[in-house]
Design a protein around this ligand. Structure first.
Ligand SMILES: [Cu+2]
Length: 108
């Protein structure tokens, strides 16, 4: 039942993104790294981080933007998505692992 709803939502998202042209960009979290660590996207696009570790949790924290550290960790197979509407540089890190760094460059 749950998988069916997820599949429906996924199909709906694919349908929406193909009509708007704003596809989702995927960042994999694996081996204590964001892959790729740096990406460039267009404003209005959405980035989705997916934890592909076997058992390690992480987080995506935009500390440099003055945001609070997320209270929810991303456990294996969890994902987090965020839409970027304003051009600019958005550096981020993992909360529990300060050496894990990434950056989103948003252009017009
Ligand atoms: Cu981490």
């Amino acid at each position: 039942m749950k998988a069916g709803i997820f599949a429906t939502i996924t199909l709906l998202m694919i349908g929406l993104s193909s009509t708007s042209g704003a596809e989702e960009v995927l960042v994999i979290i694996k081996d204590f790294r964001f892959i790729p660590a740096e990406i460039s996207i267009k404003s209005g696009q959405t980035v989705r981080w997916q934890n592909q570790e076997k058992r390690q949790y992480h987080s995506v924290w935009f500390e440099a933007l003055g945001e609070e550290e997320p209270e929810d960790y991303l456990f294996p197979d969890d994902s987090y998505q965020r839409k970027f509407d304003q051009p600019g540089d958005y550096p981020y890190r993992c909360g529990p692992h300060p050496e894990m760094l990434g950056s989103i460059h948003v252009t017009n």
